[in-house]
Structure formats: C-alpha cells, structure tokens
Design a protein around this ligand. Structure first.
Ligand code: CDP
Length: 251
C-alpha cells in the first residue's frame, strides 16, 4: 500500500452509499464454485469470485515427503498457497515469498481444524491453491475452494469452511472487499467460519477499527460465510447428483 495523493484515491462510496462496482455494503461479489475439475487430483475445485480466479487441488491421504515430516498419530496437512506471476497488475516474482508462506500456514491450520487427521496416521494430505487472477480476498477464495476440494476428495471432515473479508471503507463497514477497497480502505478483516460449530478458524486484521466495529464486522462476516456455505454445498450436490455439472452459483 503506497502513499498516494488525495486526488488519486478513488471514491469508495458514492452519494447513494453504492460501492465502485455498484454493490451495497452487505453484498458479496458474484461467486461461482465448480467441484471436481481436475482429473489427476484426488479432489479439486475452481472458484470465480468477482475478479478472483482460484484453483484448489487436493492429494491424499498419501505417503509423506519428506519422510521425516511423517507423524505417528495423525496425517500431516501440507498446504501451499501460490500466486501466479500473471495474477496481479505488477508481475509477481515466482516462488514462495513471506506472504504466501503466511497464507499457506493460516489456511492449512484452518482446514486441519475440520479434518479427521487422527484417522490417517503417517500420511500426508496435500492442499495446493493456485491463484490465477487476484482482486483482493484471495486467501478467503483459496479456503473456500480448498474446503470444497477436500470434500470432493472424500476426505473425512466435520464441515466445509466458508471465508470472507469485511473491511472499512469511507468510514463504513463493507462485506467482501475488492482491490481498490482493500488498497484505499481503512481496514481489512478476513475470517473463516465452521458453520456447524459456529467457530471462527481464521481471523486476521490489517488497519484499524473500534471494538464495536469489529463486533459488527464479525457479524457481517458470519452472515456472508453462511451464504457462501450454501454455494459450496450446491457445488458438491451438483457434482454428485446425476447429470450435475459440478457448479454452485450466487445470484
Ligand atoms: O488476497 P488477500 O486479500 O487475501 O491478501 P492481501 O495480502 O491483503 O492482498 C490483497 C490483494 O493485493 C491481492 O488479492 C492482490 O489482488 C493484491 N496483491 C498484488 O497485487 N500483488 C502482490 N504481490 C500481492 C497482493
């Protein structure tokens, strides 16, 4: 986030309270999820969410590489979030940078919390997330895609993990920030929910908001996650119903 002159800052909310893309403060970007899109992965899912395009592939449970990472009492969850060089405005240098390492860690931990890892000792569950096009909220899109891919792989899990960010733009809380809102807004709070238990398994915050705002932001995020959860379930239902095309869609 570089410093910009006031005239360069886009107007994030217009006089009618509409956002740059015409959404209201409580609206999600259009979300489409397709399950089972890759032949060679055990499970997979493709997510188009606003201008984000994210592929998730899952392998396993399978042998652990490197062997020394093997655990006797549970499966190891190996998660890799990667952003393609061409996914962002300014070419991203290929490879694992600190940001991708952090995101891989938080996504892996969130997903491990719903997987029955004790049932598969000495194995690895590999989760690969490839961001092909990015427009803010890619860690949430990655989680949404990866949890559908895990379910598609038939790996026992207690629930799916919908995720969304809530932020503050022009002094107001807004659901599901797009790039300009993330860049020029006051804060960004991505979160992930396990709907059946009501637990939050990811909660991060960049920028500032008051305690009351954070509480409201979490309520907005939970409502958003509940909508996303329905689309995730629809994608899986379509994949496994006869003649289904594997898709789940919002709006
Ligand atoms: O994607 P997410 O919101 O989870 O993570 P972020 O670190 O807050 O990044 C916000 C957005 O900045 C990304 O979704 C990309 O659109 C953009 N970005 C970029 O343009 N170049 C990078 N090297 C990293 C992020």
């Amino acid at each position: 986030m570089g410093s910009v002159g006031a005239k360069d800052v886009p107007e994030l909310l217009d006089a009618h309270g509409k956002r740059i893309d015409g959404r209201g403060l409580h609206d999600l970007r259009p979300l489409k999820i397709e399950a089972g899109v890759l032949q060679r992965a055990t499970g997979s899912a493709f997510v188009e969410w606003g201008e984000n395009k994210v592929m998730a592939a899952v392998y396993g449970p399978r042998e652990v590489h490197p062997r020394h990472m093997q655990q006797n009492t549970k499966a190891v969850v190996q998660c890799r979030y990667n952003m393609a060089s061409f996914s962002v405005d300014e070419r991203k240098r290929p490879g694992l940078d600190r940001r991708s390492q952090e995101i891989s860690k938080v996504i892996g931990e969130a997903l491990e919390s719903v997987l029955f890892v004790e049932e598969f000792p000495k194995t690895s569950i590999g989760i690969y997330i490839e961001v092909l096009q990015a427009n803010a909220g890619t860690r949430c899109a990655g989680l949404v895609a990866a949890s559908v891919a895990l379910a598609d792989a038939g790996i026992p899990m207690s629930d799916l993990v919908p995720a969304v960010a809530v932020g503050k733009i022009a002094g107001k809380l807004a659901l599901d920030l797009r790039k300009e809102e993330d860049n020029y807004g006051e804060s960004d709070v991505p979160m992930a929910l396990v709907p059946r238990s009501g637990r939050l398994v990811l909660l991060q915050m960049e920028g500032h908001m008051t305690r009351d705002e954070l509480k409201t932001a979490m309520d907005m995020g939970v409502k958003g996650c509940e909508k996303i959860y329905e689309i995730q379930k629809a994608a899986l239902r379509n994949r496994y119903s006869l003649g289904g095309n594997g898709g789940g869609e919002a709006q």
